[in-house]
Design a protein around this ligand. Structure first.
Ligand SMILES: Cc1ncc(COP(=O)(O)O)c(C=O)c1O
Length: 420
């Protein structure tokens, strides 16, 4: 092989031909032109997708929110990328490493319709959002707005910034059942002062699954000169949206959550004109001020995951984002609708379809969340996670597309039994 074709071969690693996902393709062929909302309850369709997953027989996994583990083919492909790069070694790193990482960023950007040069691949949401929180040029007295129900790692970084720079954090508390969007917008608006620089808002609150009206909150904040950073850990590849719909300044997510990309993959979006205003936490060489790579010096890292991201996107495209969102919502609605309103049972997630995705939270009055989670696991072999946070006490239930209604029936029966 001559040098040029060898280089080309390396450059195409993992990218050569679109992959085929037989089970998914057969399932999609079988449904013809059926609307996503109708496919959502088609057990035959989703059981084919379930066939792509290796599931543990020991318990029902209703805690996909931490990590939506990869279907079999994606795992095999990722292991193969690791093998090949281990063999190519420094050659890969010195030739196509960056080209492939940029391709991954480009494809991740395409899902939400933004430009590839506004996106970088990170390890996770924490790295993405903390890059912004730590990279803003804070002055003493500057203020930031966030919610008590936001993720701990970000709240911790805001606290750290406050003690380092003398900034002030103002926390709102998100109601689990808002009466309308205005209630939420007003809540955030009331926390803004003329010193506020940044507002952080969850796209989907991870502990309840509530989807917040981000665009309305962004418009309100922008009108008052405040930048908006969105925590999209649970929304990306879960609800179908475009970055332009949100008009936020910064957005971070974890690709190992709802995209089912390999562990340790995330993305940071920064609106083009905002890139130059953020200091990098790890210094890059001199780049143009508005080059987003300034913010993304990662040193040597496990780059085979970049190729795994591309495969995960192909898999998701094969299912179809609209079908995936519809399925996740259907599953949430399936079990929550059987438990809402029953004595002692509290569903801590809004009922309106536009205010949730696949995540729901349920508690039982008088039972500690941790005890409930333990009981469900020990006695019913159902794995969930206990949430004990301001205003939210219960179990977070996160099915994934492969979850069956039979598994959710087991959850419903167990919660009913425990509550009585
Ligand atoms: C809302 C939210 N933000 C941030 C994170 C952090 O994600 P990661 O640990 O992948 O960085 C999570 C994790 O569950 C989350 O739920």
């Amino acid at each position: 092989m001559d040098k040029r074709s060898f280089l080309k071969g390396v450059g195409m690693m993992g990218l050569a031909a679109p992959l085929t996902f037989l089970q998914v393709e057969q399932a999609v062929a079988g449904i013809g032109k059926a609307a996503p909302a109708d496919v959502a309850s088609n057990q035959d369709f989703w059981s084919k997708i379930r066939g792509d997953y290796t599931l543990k027989p020991d318990y029902i996994n209703l805690e996909n929110g931490y990590y939506c583990f990869m279907p079999k083919q994606l795992l095999e492909q990722t292991v193969e990328h690791l093998r090949v790069i281990n063999n190519e070694a420094s050659y890969y790193m010195r030739t196509v490493q960056w080209e492939n990482k940029n391709k991954a960023a480009q494809k991740v950007a395409e899902i939400v319709g933004c430009s590839g040069d506004e996106v970088v691949i990170t390890r996770n949401t924490t790295e993405s959002l903390d890059t912004i929180i730590g990279g803003i040029r804070w002055n003493a007295g500057d203020e930031a707005v966030m919610a008590e129900q936001d993720y701990g790692a970000m709240l911790n970084h805001f606290r750290y910034v406050a003690s380092r720079y003398g900034t002030v954090n103002r926390l709102v508390s998100i109601p689990n059942h808002p009466k309308d969007d205005d209630e939420l917008v007003d809540l955030y608006a009331a926390a803004i002062t003329d010193k506020t620089r940044l507002l952080m808002v969850c796209h989907m609150v991870n502990i309840t699954g509530q989807v917040l009206p981000v665009r309305k909150i962004t418009d309100m904040a922008h009108a008052r000169g405040v930048e908006v950073m969105v925590d999209g850990a649970h929304a990306y590849s879960h609800v179908d949206f475009k970055m332009a719909d949100l008009d936020c300044d910064y957005y971070g997510t974890s690709l190992h959550k709802w995209l089912s990309a390999p562990l340790g993959t995330g993305m940071l979006y920064v609106k083009k004109e905002k890139i130059g205003g953020v200091w990098p936490l790890l210094a890059e060489r001199d780049l143009e001020p508005n080059d987003i790579h300034r913010l993304n010096h990662t040193g040597t890292n496990p780059v085979y995951t970049d190729l795994g991201i591309l495969n995960a996107i192909e898999y998701q495209n094969a299912i179809g984002m609209e079908r995936k969102e519809a399925r996740l919502k259907y599953l949430q609605h399936y079990w929550t609708s059987q438990l809402r309103g029953l004595p002692r049972i509290m569903v801590n997630t809004p009922v309106e379809m536009s205010r949730h995705g696949g995540i729901g939270n349920v508690g039982i009055d008088g039972i500690e969340p941790a005890d409930l989670a333990k009981k469900l696991f020990d006695e019913y072999q159902i794995f969930t996670v206990a949430i004990d946070r301001p205003g939210v006490r219960g179990l977070r239930i996160t099915p994934n597309v492969y979850t069956t209604t039979k598994e959710l029936d087991a959850l419903v029966e167990a919660i009913k039994k425990i509550s009585t």
